[in-house]
Design a protein around this ligand. Structure first.
Ligand code: XMP
Length: 321
């Protein structure tokens, strides 16, 4: 629309003026905000922008490809991927406490990202750091009681940084729906622009119990099936998000094929919400639940039971940890 294209033009001009002939770094999380911020800055300064994507191994199936292939194809952006999967697994070994997991993931993320910043600074005059801060983030960080007080949230944005950067925040005045329109205007694919929220700590806080490579693989498979079926049923716009949770320390008896099994439950947590501060559990059609359940128990070894979370927020939070 006219307004969206004028927002794009204004912000591209503002970013070009701010950065001049300098260079900028932008961390990509796989989420909408950082992708749109990066695409805007790319429009303004071209290959003087370098994006950094940290693969912490806690991503869902296909997320790394979506950044490395689809985002790059849509924008032509310079991308550095840091493969930190081993490092995160090692740091999380033996840890079961949710807050401790969040702190470890946040801390490791900052360390890995800062190392990438140092490496880039050694190669060129990178003086600017792009962040996908939105208007509600600006307002919220001015104080107030958000979910941030209940769980320590970790994002690509808001990194404490001892390296000297000037911040570039081209989405500072925008709300989420405007950011999505700007993303489409910039040619980003629907799969990126319409993506549902996904927490920074990723699958690490959707495994109840210790995070291991095998458990991540199990959860990744179950999550991919649930997402595939929800998309096929045309429900993506209806639900806010649907965390899929692995109860890794729980086992129950089942019967599969001609044998007894002793496997883990998978929890489906479909929620409807306006802003994630409150949420209602989504009344998914029984046929869709049945397809997800049948496929997960058939296709994912180690899982012999699928359960549905019917708790609103409050009292439950959306994520289990
Ligand atoms: P809760 O579990 O607090 O989640 O009801 C509210 C919303 O926030 C997302 N979430 C996070 N997002 N970093 C994020 O970027 C985080 O650490 C984080 N923890 C929760 C959650 O998916 C839901 O949309």
């Amino acid at each position: 629309s006219w307004t969206t294209s004028s927002i794009v033009d204004d912000q591209v001009a503002a970013v070009a003026a701010q950065i001049g002939d300098g260079r900028a770094i932008c961390g990509l999380s796989g989420g909408v905000d950082s992708a749109v911020a990066a695409a805007l800055v790319q429009r303004a300064i071209g290959d003087r922008l370098t994006c950094v994507f940290v693969d912490h191994g806690l991503l869902r199936a296909g997320e790394r490809t979506q950044v490395e292939r689809d985002f790059v194809a849509a924008t032509g952006v310079n991308l550095v991927t840091v493969d930190a999967r081993e490092r995160f697994l090692n740091a999380l070994a033996g840890v079961t406490d949710p807050e401790q997991k969040r702190k470890i993931i946040g801390r490791e993320f900052i360390r890995v990202f800062e190392q990438a910043e140092r490496d880039l600074k050694a190669q060129g005059d990178y003086r600017f750091l792009v962040q996908g801060t939105l208007y509600p983030d600006v307002v919220e960080s001015g104080g107030g009681e958000g979910t941030a007080n209940i769980k320590s949230h970790h994002n690509v944005g808001g990194l404490p940084d001892d390296l000297q950067f000037e911040l570039v925040e081209p989405l500072r005045l925008l709300f989420k729906d405007e950011v999505r329109r700007v993303g489409l205007e910039l040619g980003l694919p629907e799969t990126i622009v319409q993506r549902q929220p996904f927490p920074g700590p990723g699958l690490g806080i959707r495994i109840i119990g210790e995070v291991t490579a095998d458990r991540l693989e199990t959860l990744r498979e179950a999550d991919a099936i649930a997402r595939e079926e929800l998309t096929a049923a045309g429900l993506d716009q209806e639900i806010w998000q649907c965390p899929v949770v692995l109860l890794a320390d729980v086992r129950s008896v089942g019967v599969q094929g001609d044998g007894r099994t002793y496997g883990h439950p998978i929890v489906l947590r479909p929620v409807s919400s306006e802003d994630a501060m409150t949420a209602d559990w989504t009344r998914l059609p029984y046929e869709v639940l049945e397809r997800i359940s049948t496929r997960i128990t058939n296709e994912v070894s180690e899982v012999n039971r699928v359960v549905l979370d019917v708790t609103s927020k409050p009292p439950g939070t959306i994520e289990w940890e």
